[in-house]
Design a protein around this ligand. Structure first.
Ligand code: ZN
Length: 431
């Protein structure tokens, strides 16, 4: 048998490696993959090589009642139709051991969500073994790219290990399961997400987490930490942009350090969840990845569904009527629609127009209120967020919705592409 070092590096060569820049696109109703891919093609023509990752969470599939395989089928059809020859992926987003099996046949990217295990203590023996194995984590830690140094005591390493080790062990179980099911090969990308927790991880915490990930032999290529501030669905970042920039850069520094120190894949990069529409932090993100020569994965999802609505409204006639009806139902079922997303939306009820008012709107009034153009005085943040979580209503409309997606294809696809390219890919990646 080869020594362990060789085994590790052999495994890395066989691993499906993610490109430096990847962009998550969510296509709730599986009709916009072509329009989304067109945005990536526009970026490529402008000199930015970014690969698409079609992501759809179990929550979205369940809400819509869609077939899991439909995500990959729609993506593949778009890739074929537009002759996309660069890599592309399908992300089983926020999965765990209970649901992962459904995603094995059609996903080559797995976002393992271990947030619910964070804070639950691992076995005491495992924690002390971890601490014993990592004397380098104790003392004065300096990380290239971070000005301050960190004084870490054995007690602190123990505390952090107690907080996160079980979550990493769970991630390892899910990773091993996927690998076995996929024929004992690393022909997929592994992400670990810790974004749906209360507090951002500090640099020492992230370093300790990555040491544990390496110990568990998880070939992690993207990690979604929790960032400071609010990442509300489909709207701009709310928080201290300067603090975000500082933490984002520190996270980049920790990743680079951990790749060297623990032999993690050199493709390891940050993943920004709920990344659509966060216009005020795209500048800091772009500066950070340039300064560190780092890659980036950024996930978007519901922003495309809102462009479907904009395209329907813009088309006028039956399309506009449907967009108005969807708002009316969303308003009627507002509490139920908002509940699952309560922590990631901030809707001001007083700012919501009445259903009868919206029924009187022109195409322009509807799209002005909905389109994410903060310079437009008619833009309505609350209207946008309610519709963002209202996609279940469109699913319930069934054939009527799908028929209008086809009837209004021109205005919808134009808006889907423009949104992803002009407002997202361009500020993030195109020089
Ligand atoms: Zn997430």
């Amino acid at each position: 048998m080869a020594n362990s070092r060789e085994t590790k590096s052999n495994r890395k060569e066989l691993m499906l490696k993610i490109s430096p820049y990847s962009f998550g696109v969510g296509d709730r109703f599986a009709h916009q993959a072509k329009a989304q891919l067109q945005a990536l093609i526009n970026a490529k023509e402008a000199g930015a090589n970014v690969v698409p990752v079609w992501n759809k969470s179990h929550r979205e599939h369940t809400t819509i009642g869609s077939e899991i395989a439909s995500t990959e089928a729609a993506a593949r059809a778009a890739v074929d139709a537009l002759n996309w020859t660069d890599p592309w992926h399908v992300d089983a987003d926020h999965i765990n051991l209970d649901i992962v099996d459904h995603y094995i046949p059609t996903s080559d990217f797995y976002t393992i969500d271990v947030a619910k295990y964070i804070g639950n203590a691992a076995a005491a023996d495992d924690v002390s073994a971890f601490v014993d194995r990592h004397p380098e984590l104790v003392g004065e830690i300096s990380i290239t790219g971070i000005d301050e140094t960190f004084q870490i005591t054995t007690e602190e390493v123990t505390r952090v290990a107690n907080h996160f080790l079980l979550a990493v062990q769970e991630a390892a179980k899910v990773y091993q399961h996927i690998k076995m099911e996929r024929g004992d090969v690393d022909n997929f990308v592994t992400e670990i997400s810790m974004d749906e927790t209360d507090n951002p991880q500090t640099p020492p915490e992230l370093l300790i987490i990555l040491a544990a990930v390496a110990d568990e032999n998880i070939p992690i290529q993207t990690i979604a930490p929790k960032f400071t501030g609010r990442f509300n669905k489909g709207v701009d970042y709310v928080g201290d942009v300067e603090q975000f920039e500082k933490e984002f850069n520190q996270d980049l520094a920790v990743l680079a350090h951990a790749v060297k120190a623990y032999g993690l894949p050199d493709t390891l990069k940050l993943s920004v969840h709920s990344g659509s529409d966060k216009f005020s932090i795209y500048g800091p993100i772009r500066r950070g990845i340039a300064a560190f020569g780092a890659g980036l994965h950024i996930k978007t999802a519901g922003t495309t569904w809102l462009e479907e609505l904009i395209g329907l409204a813009e088309a006028g006639g039956d399309g506009l009527k449907l967009a108005q009806d969807i708002y009316e139902s969303a308003l009627e079922h507002s509490d139920a629609l908002r509940a699952p997303y309560a922590t990631v939306i901030d809707i001001d009820d007083d700012a919501l127009p009445s259903a009868s008012e919206v029924h009187g709107w022109s195409s322009e009034q509807y799209t002005n209120a909905l389109r994410h153009d903060q310079s437009n005085p008619e833009y309505n943040l609350s209207f946008r967020q309610l519709l963002h979580v209202g996609y279940k209503i469109a699913a319930k409309k069934g054939d009527r919705y799908y028929e209008q997606l086809v009837a209004c294809e021109e205005s919808i696809s134009r808006n889907v592409t423009t949104n992803l390219y002009d407002r997202h890919l361009k500020p993030l990646f195109v020089s």
